[in-house]
Design a protein around this ligand. Structure first.
Ligand code: TYM
Length: 355
């Protein structure tokens, strides 16, 4: 726990199809957190361009992710929704963090290794330093809580390492300028400029797996469209993909322990639980003993019931690009004010002359 004002920040990349993993692992939590927290939600277009993006498609995707946020129930008036590149303070802080983070820290990032693949020499420098920009996104607002899926856990640990090193390296300056905040770190009360942000990774949907292979996570980049449910899929396609989902021949167990070693079954039960906002225990208490031939249609009905209204609303909102752009521009202006307050402090702390 720390003594910073609670603030939620999270981001989604505009890199093509948003899928059920993005929705259940992240966007749905964004919506819920609005009740209890001030929230800032960002479409991270600067992260997207760490791999090649067609410029026209990037603009379309940025608007589409924004439309998905709004269609899912994010209130852009009460909270803040914007695209990252509008607020140049993210890039400025990322540069400063590039000088705080160590090569060794970034070299250990598994997402870089996965995304760069075998041809590491040919990956962009931006892809390598991706996590420092992510730390900048979060810490430009001194955000305390970040809802994400399980795949972002290591990036959030790095964000804490960067915050901690910045707080340590500049502890005297921070005290001298009186800009620090007292916070609890372990058993100690310490003064620091940046909070040690907490990841929010919980519930039955922190890692939704591919419908074709229970050992791979559901992903935008999987070549098989049958592996994922896209937020834009219509009812027929959703049903077809669930019908074709890979499973084993056993019936469902009546307790979660029985899902051990059955990744595909575990995944479908997790999806059912998350869509209904209940636990896997609850799902199995009701559906234990069911064959997949019964369970899949029930899951398909549920998925269509929950996702079809969002898809329809997304289409409606996406059709009005001017409206979407006005939301992003308004959000960008409000985010920029907060981020600039942080950057003013950071420049002073680091000894960068300004004003
Ligand atoms: P991105 O765009 O890959 O994914 C957006 C969110 O969806 C979650 N997610 C999943 N959750 C469960 N199961 C899955 N199969 C699945 N696939 C994706 C991700 O964990 C994420 O929460 N680096 C981030 C974007 C980012 C960010 C940030 C996030 C940039 N700056 C600051 C938080 C805070 C990313 O690539 O997410």
């Amino acid at each position: 726990m720390n003594d910073f004002n609670p603030l939620v920040f999270s981001g989604v990349q505009p890199t093509g199809n948003l899928h059920l993993g993005n929705y259940l692992g992240a966007i749905r939590k964004f919506v819920a957190l609005q009740q209890s927290h001030n929230c800032i939600y960002c479409v991270v277009d600067l992260h997207a361009i760490t791999t090649w993006q067609d410029p026209t498609e990037l603009m379309t995707s940025t608007r589409e992710v924004t439309a998905a946020f709004l269609a899912s129930g994010i209130d852009a008036k009460k909270h803040i929704v914007f695209n990252q590149s509008r607020v140049h303070q993210h890039s400025e802080l990322a540069w400063i963090f590039n000088c705080i983070a160590r090569m060794g820290w970034l070299s250990r990032m598994t997402q870089f290794k996965e995304k760069a693949g075998k041809d590491r020499e040919n990956a962009s420098v931006g892809l390598f330093s991706y996590p420092t920009l992510m730390a900048a996104d979060i810490l430009a607002y001194r955000a305390t809580h970040v809802p994400v899926g399980d795949d972002q856990k290591q990036h959030l640990e790095l964000t804490r390492d960067i915050a901690q090193k910045f707080n340590n390296d500049f502890s005297e300056r921070i005290a001298e300028l009186g800009v620090g905040v007292e916070m609890q770190v372990g058993d100690e009360r310490v003064n620091g400029y940046f909070p040690l942000t907490e990841p929010l990774i919980e519930g039955p949907a922190t890692r939704i797996m591919s419908l074709r292979d229970g050992s791979k996570k559901m992903s935008k980049s999987d070549p098989s469209d049958l592996s994922r449910i896209n937020l834009t899929d219509d009812a027929d396609l959703i049903s077809k993909k669930i019908r074709k989902a890979r499973t084993d021949p056993e019936a469902l167990p009546s307790e979660p322990a029985g899902l051990e070693g059955r990744p595909e079954a575990d995944n479908l039960v997790g999806i059912f639980a998350a869509l209904n906002d209940i636990s896997k225990e609850d799902v199995l208490a009701e559906h234990g003993g069911w064959q997949f031939s019964q369970f899949k249609p029930a899951l398909a009905d549920l998925a269509v019931e929950k996702l079809a209204p969002i898809a329809a609303e997304m289409r409606r909102i996406s059709g009005d690009a001017d409206y979407v752009d006005s939301v992003l521009s308004d959000g960008g202006a409000r985010a920029g004010e907060i981020a600039e307050r942080t950057l003013k402090d950071v420049r002073s702390i680091a000894g960068l002359l300004q004003g």
